[in-house]
Design a protein. Structure first.
Length: 217
């Protein structure tokens, strides 16, 4: 049984590696199952014993992510203290660990399929958990908007990070996300703001403009 499991894992790994290399070479949309078979040097029956099509193969590159996110969500107690960056941090850690895959599949060559898959995966898990949290606190925030806000924010930051070649570690990125998600932009900039004063009044050009207006009176 153990030997059989090892063969399954090895075959699936070889097929994923073939797909990733092909996406890098020619883009996802132009790849056929036969291309994958030729690159991986496996038979058609072997491929279909593991995956129904190339889309299933692509999605399988992120199969461990779902398990990581579920563990993170399961640790959230309804009505209790929530780490707003918890799910995002799990995604960032997974992306950093598999950054070669994310760099290829979440970039231009990977198309929109991966983004749609991640959006659905994160959104569905978040919806399931946030429904319980909002019910426990009697919060009237619309569930659909809460889910879309956090899902889109998480994937937006992830995309930016990938495009900037993972320039900071996942822990540092999660800290930035936590600060923004917990307090919003206003809270993140609070140490630079004066209470009760509009942001426009603090722009560099605001003071000179006011001085010029005063001098003409």
């Amino acid at each position: 049984m153990a030997e059989s499991d090892r063969r399954v894992r090895r075959t699936r790994r070889i097929l994923r590696e073939a797909l990733v290399s092909l996406v890098l070479d020619k883009g996802y949309e132009r790849i056929t199952v036969q291309d994958v078979l030729d690159r991986a040097d496996v038979g058609r029956s072997t491929f279909y014993a593991h995956f129904r099509d190339k889309e299933a193969l692509l999605v399988s590159c992120f199969e461990n992510l779902g398990e990581d996110l579920r563990r993170e969500f399961d640790s959230m107690t309804p009505g209790g203290q929530i780490d707003v960056a918890g799910p995002a941090a799990a995604l960032f850690a997974h992306a950093h660990q598999h950054r070669d895959v994310y760099r290829v599949l979440c970039g231009r060559q990977g198309g929109n399929l991966v983004y749609r898959h991640l959006h659905q995966l994160v959104g569905e898990l978040l919806r399931e958990r946030m429904r319980r949290h909002l019910a426990a606190t009697d919060d009237e925030l619309p569930l659909d908007i809460v889910v879309e806000f956090h899902t889109s924010a998480t994937l937006g930051v992830l995309t930016w990070w990938i495009n900037h070649d993972f320039e900071s570690g996942p822990a540092g990125l999660a800290r930035v996300y936590r600060r923004l998600a917990a307090t919003g932009l206003t809270g993140a900039l609070a140490d630079r703001a004066s209470p009760g004063r509009p942001d426009d009044d603090r722009r560099p050009e605001a003071a000179p403009a006011a001085a010029r207006a005063e001098s003409t009176r």
